[in-house]
Design a protein around this ligand. Sequence first.
Ligand code: ATP
Ligand code: MG
Length: 419
Amino acid sequence: MRQSHLFTKTRKEAPRDEESTNAKLLIRGGFINKEMAGVYAYLPLGLRVLNNISNIIREEMDAAGGQELFMTVLQDKDTWERTGRWDDKVVDSWFKTSLKNGTELGLGFTHEEAIAKIMTNHIASYKDLPLYAYQIQTKFRNEARAKAGLMRGREFSMKDLYSFSKNKEEHETFYEKMKDVYMRVFTRLGMGDKTYLTISSGGSFSKYSYEFQTISDAGEDTIYIVDEEKKIAINKDDFTDEVLADFNVTVAKDDLRQERSIEVGDIYSLGHKFSEAFGLTYKNEQGEDELVYMGSYGMSPSRLMGAIVELNHDDNGIMWPESVAPYRVHLVNLHAQNDEVSAFADEIYTALQGAGVAVLYDDRREAGIGEKLKDSDLVGIPLRAIISEKNGAQIELKKRKEKDAHLVSKEQLLSLVSK
Ligand code: ATP
Ligand code: MG
């Protein structure tokens, strides 16, 4: 992508009402546009990052046996009344609207009800189970506070997977497996070393559920680290002696390390709550009806994008991990007014593209050297390749996360990036 064609502009200042580091940097870099608190538009660079994150999640969900579907945002009142979750006193984050004839509708904040109802048309026999279905879709939540940028949206992207099993045992095999699948996603996003499987309260069907919490001062949650090696922690909310005993924690409560953290995902056993409400049953091998046992597994690509920025930035800008970066190489022509230098930069651009490398090419003629370097740091592409009068036929390479640069030839650059 030629930067001279990119319609987004970087800016020196973030909007004054923006408090979070992630949104400030993402707005300044031209990744997102703030529409209002908790509501952001994704611009070309931002959409590339969001898609990269979603695709990593998609690959891991597919590998775990998930089948992707796409449900609706508009939700029917009757469906949600069956579980009692239409009531604003039960769910305080609904956005509700209505049809012209007055029929009430809600904008989906999650999809357990919707998918349980869909599955009544598709699950009939024990032969249909287990099955796993997921979507990556926009969720709407009327959050009381939306000050954490992409990490707490009122309109945000969520991957929600739902499991349908014959019984608790079958459910638990998959539930255990998903703990590893989730950790694999976080590792691929470059946040594995800071992410803890966190014991949390379970609700009506299981004593415990699990959250995945990533240590960061920008987080809204607090966790207590129980096992550093195995990356296990306890959520601040249900933190009692009973929980410690259940998980064989021998360390005294006061001695556990406390950390601020971001909830980057959670997994729940739902038991029969939703299958009972919708009559979601299957015929067992004896021909008798049994209720389907459900689980749900959430994580948010947009919250993850915000979290990645919180974890990977310095005073000058973002430092994207390679796996999610909008482009792999930032090719910067410092002397775009010089035809000879520009011809060489064009040649490198074409060669990189030919090698299948995603390149952002700063070919702007009007931007100054300082401006180009500042923008490059702000946008945070992992590898910067500078072409300049001074370097001649050599290319100056610098990783965004490192200080030192070194000179390479065209051939060296190509062999390095095609690895
Ligand atoms: P939180 O406690 O942070 O409000 P939650 O437990 O209500 O989250 P879930 O309903 O379990 O969230 O949603 C699944 C996942 O979606 C969460 O683990 C979190 O990563 C993400 N998420 C929840 N709310 C938001 C939001 N407003 N903006 C972005 N991501 C969100
Ligand atoms: Mg949660």
